[in-house]
Design a protein around this ligand. Structure first.
Ligand SMILES: [Zn+2]
Length: 213
């Protein structure tokens, strides 16, 4: 049942050195009230010794406007069967969005995307980040300092031993996007470290065309 987790943990390179186990960053996602804690621990090197533990009570639990979202089972308002997700996303994006794989750094062309516009969820199309909040972190993954209001869900991630992190998901489909760390730039001090495979970029219509008034 957890057979994918063993493979998954080995596909997960380390994102950054610094991370704190912030339970939830409230200001960056005021609308993401569907937070529920998930504790997961992968015993590295122990094969399938993987446990999935759901804590009974959490520090924040608000139900307003979150009907239909099941954080524990990664089910959002937009949901498909695993087979449907596989067909829709293709193998690489499926592994990232639905199985928490991490793409290899510097492999996404979105690292180099500088135009104004919007980054959307590659799974469901929900707008996630405005391009104005993107910055060059040097990490090899597209990085942002702030998501659009209510666009993401942040969930504690203990899947790597001694490296508690905060997973970032698309709120609408609960697809895995990446992680958020505390070493970002002003004004938030946050680094939303995203998999390019989980994003689709849509340039602004009013992108200035050279030579045109
Ligand atoms: Zn989505």
């Amino acid at each position: 049942m957890q057979t994918l987790l063993g493979a998954r943990s080995s596909m997960r390179p380390l994102f950054g050195q610094r991370s704190s186990a912030r339970a939830v960053h409230a200001s960056a996602h005021a609308g993401a009230s569907d937070y529920r804690p998930i504790a997961r621990r992968v015993f590295i090197g122990a094969g399938l010794a993987t446990t999935l533990i759901s804590l009974p009570s959490g520090p924040s639990r608000a139900d307003a406007g979150t009907s239909g979202i099941d954080v524990e089972h990664r089910l959002g308002e937009v949901r498909f069967t695993e087979e449907e997700w596989k067909a829709k996303l293709g193998p690489e994006a499926y592994q990232v969005l639905r199985r928490e794989a991490t793409e290899r750094r510097w492999t996404s062309k979105l690292n180099y995307e500088k135009r104004p516009g919007e980054f959307k969820c590659a799974g469901c199309g929900a707008p996630l980040f405005n391009a104005s909040t993107k910055y060059e972190s040097g990490s090899g993954w597209p990085s942002f300092y702030q998501p659009l209001p209510g666009a993401v869900t942040e969930v504690p991630d203990y899947s790597v031993l001694f490296m508690p992190r905060t997973e970032v998901r698309c709120r609408r489909c609960q697809g895995h996007l990446g992680h958020v760390f505390d070493d970002g730039p002003a004004p938030t001090g946050l680094r939303y470290c995203m998999n390019g495979l989980a994003l689709a970029f849509e340039p602004s219509a009013e992108e200035p065309a050279a030579g045109k008034a």
